[in-house]
Ligand binder design. Sequence first.
Ligand code: SF4
Length: 320
Amino acid sequence: MASQSELLEAKRAVQYFEIPARSILNRTKPNMPFRWTINPYRGCEFGCKYCYARYTHEFMEMDARDFEDKIYAKSAAAHLLRQELGRIDRKDHIAIGTATDPYQPAERRYGRTRSILEVFARERGRYLGITTKSDLVLRDVELLKRVAKGNVLGIHMTITTLDEKLARLLEPRAPRPELRLEAVRRLRAAGICVSVFPNPIMPGLTDGERQLDRLARAAHDAGAMSFGGGPLFLMPTAQRVFLPFLEKEFPDLVSRYREMFAKSAYLGREYKDALEQRVRRIRERYGLASGFIEYRPELWIEEQMDLWSLATSTTTSPTN
Ligand code: SF4
């Protein structure tokens, strides 16, 4: 009987490689909310259907679909970071995980994200954001607390939908939305600043007022401090995966999507404005901020106090 049953899903074989990196800090284009990015891996096993980062595998002359099956861990990431940090302005914002998930399964094996955080734990006065869909981030809570004491740290948890079935279709191997919310709860309980971002917001799939409202309320109840998001964009590489996915799972949406993205990877101004207003209205309903939370890290204050005591001892003993 067992040998005659239908194979529900062919077992995927993910391959892992090590890739030499010349540098680990990458400068962004102007007008981005952060100046530098760090991506400890190339490729991402979570395999989100809308993922824009598939182009990083095309750069290596690979198929966009290889992005989720061939994962490259960057070698000597922490060593490079130690060398490169000295060359950049301390106030520059650094984003970890803009073209890969820093807490995807490969992180259990390679620990590249952890090695990078260990470098930041010895830093002072940096501005750091980490974007993830994974509750594996909880492994590093103690380390993140150390980073957040000397630097301004924000964790941005991406949750596109609370609908588990839809999430499974869109993000087949990412942790369930409930696990991500639980990670938000536990990070906040540890005193770490956390945001929830429903990125990318997809027309007809995740952009409904009620869906976004439900998500913002759940984010607020879990302790998230900010909530925001922007619309889907689909570069040609991403379209090659997303449109066939729609054809299979949401055939009614295909022609509208083809029309929307026929001339540009970006949606029109009218849709963007309407979505922005919707997200703002919902965010304000729950008293959530719109982005990165700035705060005074504990160690800055301690170090300032030390200097202050030196200054006062100098002024009160002018003849010393
Ligand atoms: S988690 Fe992020 S990087 Fe990974 S596949 Fe999904 S969208 Fe791409």
